[in-house]
Write a protein that binds this ligand. Structure first.
Ligand SMILES: NC(=O)c1ccc[n+]([C@@H]2O[C@H](COP(=O)([O-])OP(=O)(O)OC[C@H]3O[C@@H](n4cnc5c(N)ncnc54)[C@H](OP(=O)(O)O)[C@@H]3O)[C@@H](O)[C@H]2O)c1
Length: 339
């Protein structure tokens, strides 16, 4: 079988097409023929050494998000059969309940080999069936970005009809967050650095948008749009560079989902503004297999389709990473596992 290996986690140039034997499942595992995968910003960070000392495995098959079809099952597998279409959970051992340090350290494509390969064995507990209305490419876009958005908006955010959610940018997590907020009956304000992307949002029916490059103090714009009220919830993917504006944007008693570090990881928090205005900072870490299952069911009920920007082939994986790095994408970047 063909796979892509990241021979050292220091640069995208270390991505190499390799040959490996097809693995054999043990009794509790299934062998999946993987047809598709998708990239997340995290995969770029891993490839360039951005995880520092948290990156213990330095020679690995990258990517967490993959989908495919089961081609053989171990002797004690009850949950799946040959022919089932499945997607892999980001955390393979976090089945339900609260996260622990140990569970946090069983993520695909960082602590263990990931899914940028034509075959991989998985524990049966780490997989979820793909609903018929989704293609393999679409399903491969879900495990990290969509589930993070789902956790922020639905599981932890408990967004209600009539509330307003601020979405930062038009990357993978953000566009899923926009879709889930709308599904929950909330209205959204979406920021972007690009007028071209804002035009696409407008065509999709998003009326409230802000170009954050043209308006670096965009928190003021959010207050203008919301008649001085502020929003109920912010999906914070920027980090250090955006948190100040998020704090300005959110209403007293509102929530900021702390998700990403696209604009820096170290911040000088405005502590008085957080405390006196009763703002809740809610950390989000993808989600469990149970959360993934709930999300997939809800998506099926509402026939929510992932927004896919571009699909590369396996041997074009480096180009896919470069495209992610460019920030030109709108939604998800995927890889089809043909050559
Ligand atoms: N905590 C978790 O469990 C978790 C899970 C998934 C991802 N993350 C983190 O969440 C972040 C987003 O991940 P992703 O995979 O969705 O990334 P992505 O698809 O690469 O998103 C890139 C987009 O983010 C927007 N962006 C960049 N800088 C921004 C800024 N300063 N303000 C507002 N928007 C900005 C840009 O949109 P425009 O071009 O429209 O400006 C850019 O195109 C990353 O930091 C990632 O590590 C965390």
């Amino acid at each position: 079988m063909k796979a892509i290996a990241l021979t050292e986690t220091t640069s995208i140039s270390n991505l190499e097409l390799i040959d490996r034997p097809v693995p054999e499942p043990n009794s509790n595992e299934v062998l999946v023929k993987l047809f598709a995968s998708s990239l997340n910003y995290r995969d770029l960070l891993i490839a360039i050494g951005g995880y520092g000392s948290r990156q213990k495995k330095r020679d690995l098959i990258p990517l967490s998000d993959g989908s495919g079809e089961i081609v053989s099952v171990g002797s004690s597998v009850k949950k799946f059969k040959v022919g089932d279409r499945v997607l892999a959970s980001f955390f393979q051992s976090w089945i339900s309940g609260e996260l622990t340090e140990e569970l946090l350290d069983d993520d695909l494509g960082r602590s263990s080999d990931g899914v940028l390969t034509q075959y991989r064995c998985f524990k049966q507990e780490g997989l979820v069936k793909i609903p018929n209305y989704l293609s393999f490419i679409e399903a491969a876009s879900l495990p990290c970005a969509a589930l993070t958005a789902w956790s922020g908006i639905i599981e932890l955010g408990c967004i209600k009809p009539g509330q307003t959610v601020l979405i930062q940018g038009t990357g993978g997590v953000s566009l899923f967050a926009m879709q889930f907020a709308l599904m929950a009956g909330a209205s959204v304000i979406v920021t972007s650095s690009s007028d071209k992307k804002i035009e696409i949002l407008r065509k999709m029916g998003v009326k409230k948008t802000i170009n954050y490059s043209k308006h670096p103090e965009w928190g003021m714009k959010v207050l203008e749009i919301t008649d001085g009220m502020g929003v109920d919830h912010v999906m914070e993917v920027g980090g250090a560079g955006t948190l100040k504006q998020s704090i300005r944007s959110v209403k007293p008693g509102g929530v900021i989902s702390i998700i990403g570090v696209l604009d820096g990881a170290k911040s000088n928090l405005l502590i008085p503004l957080i405390g006196s205005r009763k703002i809740r900072l809610q950390g989000v870490t993808v989600g469990s297999v149970e959360n993934l299952l709930n999300m997939v069911k809800a998506m099926e009920n509402h026939k929510i389709k992932p927004i896919i920007d571009k699909v590369y082939k396996l041997n074009e994986s480096k180009d896919a990473y470069e495209y992610l790095k460019s920030g030109k994408h709108f939604g998800k970047i995927c890889i089809s596992h043909d050559l």
